[in-house]
Design a protein around this ligand. Structure first.
Ligand code: PDD
Length: 287
């Protein structure tokens, strides 16, 4: 792999080596986490659900009174071009938008130029459906704000919950709000009970994940019933199957939750069927 400094970055409209792209100490993303981001997956050098990610970027930007400082069609073209220029085949694009640099004050600056950048990084191939060891989850109090539908840079509660999970031998933290399961530190969560898929509705405590969106669409196509409903923690752990989803993980089946084995420690049939359908969808879109 090339050293990190040799990576290319698209930075405020120009492509340059990452080492040359500089942001001032007073960038509001740095001072206030005043910004948003996206993570887009690409396979065989082709983006998956790029339009959906850019639509969510626009929605997140509007929610914090920012305007994406680029035409979305042009941005999509530039994302694809950067992937081609890097030569990376399997990976992700990280895209970040902040309110830009201004003397530190809580009030929005009268004038500031937003900082927009993205780069592409390689990712290992995701687990094939049904493979891997399965995820071990740890419950965490959902102490985040109530606008989790915005893909905000302010991820400290997620970072702390994730690291607590990792340091205690788990893979991912699941947030619990007023006894109900919301989402994980960097993924959405689904349960399967009696053949029906249950997942919390997107909103104050749940990001409208793009992978989640694709899964809901595929469930419909496969005739698998879905209910968008918050489930209690104990109820969820006792479900037949549990899986989590994100752009970087695709679908990941859950083996254990708070030390209790889920679905006899195997990947269940509905999780597997949905993951197989997901892989087929990726193939169709990125061929
Ligand atoms: N995270 N919920 C949270 C809190 C997330 O951070 C993510 C993704 C998801 C899944 O969304 P999507 O399917 O659109 O990736 C749900 C990304 C991958 C990250 O922060 O790196």
């Amino acid at each position: 792999m090339k050293p990190v400094t040799d990576e290319l970055v698209w930075f405020n409209g120009k492509v340059m080596p990452l080492s040359q792209a500089k942001v001032g100490l007073e960038d509001r993303g740095f001072n206030f986490a005043d910004g948003i981001y996206e993570v887009v997956r690409f396979y065989r050098g082709k983006t998956f659900t790029l339009a959906e990610h850019l639509q969510r970027l626009v929605r997140s930007a509007q929610a914090i009174q920012l305007i994406v400082p680029a035409d979305i069609e042009d941005l999509a073209r530039d994302v694809r071009q950067l992937i081609t220029d890097t030569g990376i085949k399997e990976g992700m694009v990280y895209l970040q938008l902040t309110r830009g640099e201004a003397p530190r004050a809580h009030a929005f600056p009268e004038k500031s130029r937003p900082t927009l950048f993205f780069y592409a990084r390689p990712l290992p191939e995701p687990w094939k459906p049904g493979r891997g060891e399965g995820c071990r989850l740890l419950s965490a109090v959902d102490d985040r704000w109530h606008k989790c539908w915005i893909k905000s840079l302010a991820l400290l509660p997620n970072v702390l919950a994730k690291n607590h999970a990792l340091s205690t031998g788990h893979d991912e933290a699941v947030f619990i709000h007023e006894g109900k399961v919301t989402e994980c530190s960097a993924s959405n969560i689904f349960c399967v009970r009696g053949g029906k898929v249950l997942t919390s509705p997107a909103g104050p405590k749940v990001l409208p994940g793009i992978t989640r969106l694709v899964i809901l669409k595929l469930a419909k196509k496969l005739g698998i019933p879905v209910e968008e409903k918050a489930v209690g923690r104990d109820e969820a752990i006792a479900c037949d199957e549990v899986f989590i989803s994100s752009t970087t993980r695709e679908l990941n089946w859950v083996r254990e939750w708070d030390g209790t084995t889920v679905d006899s420690g195997k990947c269940g049939p509905i999780t597997r069927a949905l993951h197989e359908a997901f892989v087929a969808e990726v193939k169709a879109e990125t061929k």
